[in-house]
Design a protein around this ligand. Sequence first.
Ligand SMILES: NC(=O)c1ccc[n+]([C@@H]2O[C@H](COP(=O)([O-])OP(=O)(O)OC[C@H]3O[C@@H](n4cnc5c(N)ncnc54)[C@H](O)[C@@H]3O)[C@@H](O)[C@H]2O)c1
Ligand SMILES: O=c1ccn([C@@H]2O[C@H](COP(=O)(O)OP(=O)(O)O[C@H]3O[C@H](CO)[C@@H](O)[C@H](O)[C@H]3O)[C@@H](O)[C@H]2O)c(=O)[nH]1
Length: 433
Amino acid sequence: MNKLAVIGTGYVGLVTGICLASCGHHVTCMDVDESKIDQISRGDLPLFEPGLQELHETCTAAGSLSYTTSPEEAVQDAEAVFIAVGTPPRKDGSADLSYLHAAVHDIAPFIQRNTVLIIKSTVPAGTHADIKDQLDRTTGQSVQVVSNPEFLREGSAVNDFFYGDRIVIGSTDPRAAAFVEHIYESLPAPVLHTDPQTAEMIKYSSNAFLAAKISFINEMASLCEAEGADITIVAAGMGMDKRIGESFLRAGIGYGGSCFPKDTAALLYSAQQKKLPVPLLSSIHEVNRKQPGAFIQKILDRFGSIEGKKAAVLGLTFKPNTDDLRQSPSRDVINLLTSEGAMVIGYDPLISKSRKRIWQIPLAETMEEALTGADLAVICTEWKEIVDFPPDRYPSLMKEANIFDGRNCYAIKQALHLPIYYSSVGRPVYKGL
Ligand SMILES: NC(=O)c1ccc[n+]([C@@H]2O[C@H](COP(=O)([O-])OP(=O)(O)OC[C@H]3O[C@@H](n4cnc5c(N)ncnc54)[C@H](O)[C@@H]3O)[C@@H](O)[C@H]2O)c1
Ligand SMILES: O=c1ccn([C@@H]2O[C@H](COP(=O)(O)OP(=O)(O)O[C@H]3O[C@H](CO)[C@@H](O)[C@H](O)[C@H]3O)[C@@H](O)[C@H]2O)c(=O)[nH]1
């Protein structure tokens, strides 16, 4: 059992802190946001992540997990300090590292001689060296800085922590690297040891590749629409080839969230700074940026004008099983619908529980309420409740059952013989109206 500190209690910090505590370590999580720490201390996690609240309660009751706003309290006896603060995008696409440097500044006075600093945040290649310089200068000693990028997905973060595909440890010091491996020794994932800049690049390259798969399948979906083919079957057929793999080939209104958009932009920025041509990388974002607009065009093609029409937008979070709305494609869809004069009402299985309005539109309490009297329904997130909603209920609730499904939630066969117009992504339109 080791004494560990985690700096930053956002998604990654909380998951890392709580899961490491449940591996038997003593963990103190620290954040500058007092209201967040107050809320957590009252037993209420500031984010929704399946399984996390239960683990948090078990570990705090066992005394292996605590929270503070004091860098001193968190770091003074810690053998390792994980940094998990945000690295949001700047206007020019570069990663804003100011939170990282501020956090390092705050903890530096309390770093002990053998404390290892572990960077969990996603940072551009070379950042570890700047952080080491900053720490060495302020502490007057040589601090070990290890790059240990995080690969968890929101909505399945706890499972991803315990059963991840790999643990990447980037370090120039074998002792520091061995210590970080020891922290994770109860996990079954294979460990890849490398140098820090390679570890930093593994993180960005992985996200860029996954985003590329999505943009690729979305481009193929447009071609399928033109050819009368079905992208879901094309993707299944492609995925049967082990070299391609079936995951991340779901066509839709594009990727969102706090990672893919920002990390592809940051990688692109780094390449541009080095004057390296990276046409593939620039296209990933370009294809994604156009997805919501292309989807709205299908609606306009159907109606001509949607001025005054009631549109129910179903699913608001950037993916199911999370309450995270950052960079959600649903927001672009809503903005486009309202700019065309539609009266938009939203529904989300999680967000509707706690809010009545969002992004200047009202929220319905139930999916039925959102659909009642609507001229069109637009599905933005494939929540289970939406996927399980029987298609024959749409015509009974809506004024006219025009369904625009941005996540391919229903099999076309389900629409057969129903009085609905069903337009999805990369599949033939079903015209039952
Ligand atoms: N969200 C994900 O699914 C995910 C997955 C893998 C990697 N990452 C990366 O991990 C990092 C964190 O992401 P996130 O989504 O958890 O961020 P977040 O924005 O949800 O949380 C960051 C937290 O850091 C705190 N913070 C800021 N400055 C601080 C300081 N000086 N001291 C202490 N706390 C401070 C903020 O108050 C906030 O609570 C990013 O680099 C991100 O790219 C995120
Ligand atoms: O086939 C697919 C798969 C995903 N998406 C979309 O892509 C976005 C991101 O989804 P996902 O990757 O599942 O969620 P994140 O929580 O953003 O996780 C990504 O970003 C994290 C932050 O860097 C990494 O740690 C994870 O490994 C990486 O999957 C969402 O909008 C999804 O709707 C698709 O459109 N089609």
